[in-house]
Ligand binder design. Structure first.
Ligand code: UD1
Ligand code: UDP
Length: 367
């Protein structure tokens, strides 16, 4: 019997690992499946654990308000290392590019425990963009043995970095599995935002560290312009719990009739809101992958993206954080029906909803 410990800490990691954990549970006779959360996020993580009914075996409960990177990374390195030393797994599974992922891969490396990296091979090749995720995922890649690439482009990036071919698995992105599992289940409670069916919903999220300061203020001012100039739209913005996000957002956008600033939504509520939205404006990684599955045109408010597949497919456009550009691109999609429908119909390049199955099959074959 092999022991796998899956370690994660934030909302997106939980969403993208939930299908893998559920799939691993179907093979308990061959693999013991333990779940450890660092709780780098607390409330936003717990919402996802609750929806997918995942009960962690170990909760390190590390989040502190307004945590700095060095503080979280050093606390987490010690705590994860101690946990892995005690559990002695045959494999550690991580996902993505957060501090939790980088630290867990490093702790496992110190203990000579092989690591499987889900969503491997995403790259912008920019040191500070996105910050610190580009380096987190590159470090996780260097420290991992098994690499689960969500797209052909990601697999090619890993090959170019001389990862042995037999350790690269092209699986699709597990976010598609999670989304399909979610939108196919009815909501337990009514979604009480944006009930006014007359206005088109523009769904917004933004939380990236490299945008803090002037770029973030610029994108907030763009949202204000859009709401001022377009009386038939309602901007709905579930605001990330990071105080560096909440402070400027509430200061610059609070109180506008056509801007609803709300708390982070439970995943199933957010997924249903995405499917009701007319358009999505975001800097999120995961939402860039989900929106094409639901046929929602997306404007990516970032300078670079490690997910160019959606842009190449035509479902997303990279618009940066410039106020005028965001307003112009949004108004184009509000007024030009054919430009809108070209984006809405372009299709998803991120997978078929069976990524978790492929990952677990690869693990069954190799452990
Ligand atoms: C983290 C990840 C980022 C990922 C994002 C997803 C790092 C360095 N950053 O960024 O890659 O895209 O999560 O959302 O790993 N907070 C709460 N409750 C929560 C979550 C956050 O109060 O449930 C607040 C806390 O004050 C916390 C702060 O947000 O200290 C920042 O959280 P942190 O995980 O360090 O950074 P994020 O910006 O969330
Ligand atoms: N999401 C959610 N509730 C919200 C906003 C987003 O459940 O209020 C989900 C979204 O569907 C996606 C994930 O959170 O799956 C993206 O997380 P985030 O944007 O925080 O991180 P990133 O993907 O940028 O790392």
């Amino acid at each position: 019997m092999k022991r796998i410990v899956t370690v994660f800490g934030t909302r997106p990691e939980a969403i993208k690992l939930a299908p893998v954990i559920i799939e691993l549970q179907r093979h308990v006779e061959r693999m013991e499946n333990l779940v450890c959360v660092t709780a780098q996020h607390r409330e936003m993580l717990d919402q996802v654990l609750d929806w997918f009914q995942i009960k962690p075996h170990i909760d390190l409960d590390l989040m502190k308000p307004d945590q700095g990177l060095p503080e979280f990374v050093s606390d987490a390195l010690l705590a994860v290392h101690k946990m892995l030393r005690e559990l002695k797994p045959d494999l550690v599974l991580v996902q993505g590019d957060t501090a939790t992922v980088m630290v867990t891969a490093l702790a496992a490396f110190y203990l000579h425990i092989p690591v499987g990296h889900v969503e491997a091979g995403l790259r912008t090749r920019e040191l500070y963009d996105p910050f610190p995720e580009e380096i987190n995922r590159r470090m996780a890649g260097v420290l991992s043995t098994y690499h689960f690439a969500p797209t052909a482009r990601a697999a090619a990036a890993l090959r170019a970095e001389k990862i042995p071919e037999q350790n690269i698995f092209f699986t699709g992105n597990t976010v598609v599995d999670a989304l399909l599992m979610t939108v196919n289940r009815p909501l337990a409670s009514r979604l009480d935002v944006a009930e006014d069916g007359h206005r088109r919903i523009i769904l917004v999220t933004a939380h990236r560290r490299e945008s803090f300061g002037a770029p973030f203020e610029s994108l907030c001012l763009a949202l204000n312009d859009i709401a001022e100039r377009n009386h038939d739209v309602q901007i709905v913005y579930p605001v990330h719990l990071n105080p560096n996000v909440r402070d400027p957002v509430f200061r610059l956008l609070g109180g506008h009739e056509r801007i609803s600033l709300i708390n982070p939504l439970r995943y199933e509520q957010f997924a249903h809101l995405m499917s009701r939205a007319y358009l999505i404006l975001t800097d999120s990684g995961g939402i860039q992958e989900e929106a094409p599955v639901l046929g929602k045109p997306t404007l990516v408010m970032r300078a670079t993206t490690e997910r160019p597949e959606a842009i190449e497919a035509g479902t997303a456009r990279l618009v940066g954080t410039d106020r005028g550009r965001i307003v112009a691109e949004t108004e184009r999609l509000l007024s030009d029906a054919s430009a809108y429908s070209r984006m809405a119909c372009a299709g998803s390049p991120f997978g078929d909803g069976h990524a978790a199955e492929r990952i677990v099959n690869a693990l069954l074959g190799r452990l």
